[in-house]
Design a protein around this ligand. Structure first.
Ligand SMILES: [Zn+2]
Length: 93
């Protein structure tokens, strides 16, 4: 079980969450001119890193907030959690 620290609910098992994607991708500004290559990159291209990776998780069986998680994809260790856009809070070992 992966333990994710929801800023509103506290530590919860990952079963309460749904993976919501790569947190490193930023949507192009609404209304700004965007070429097809930039949309293709935003919608479809993802890295597959081995090691720390920023992810979005949705607390669907809790407060329904989206949280940002820094997780090591090699050993599933959660390194930090927080609200998207806020500084992440490191997990205690
Ligand atoms: Zn929550």
């Amino acid at each position: 079980m992966i333990l994710l620290h929801c800023p509103y609910c506290g530590p919860r098992g990952h079963e309460e969450f749904t993976y919501a994607g790569d947190a490193t991708k930023r949507r192009p500004e609404i209304g700004a001119p965007v070429d097809a290559a930039a949309w293709h990159d935003y919608l479809h291209l993802r890295d597959n890193p081995r090691g720390p990776h920023r992810e979005l998780w949705h607390h669907v069986q809790g407060c329904r907030a989206y949280i940002e998680v820094l997780r090591d994809t090699y050993n599933h260790e959660v390194l930090a959690c927080g609200l998207p856009g806020d500084p992440l809070v490191a997990e205690e070992a």
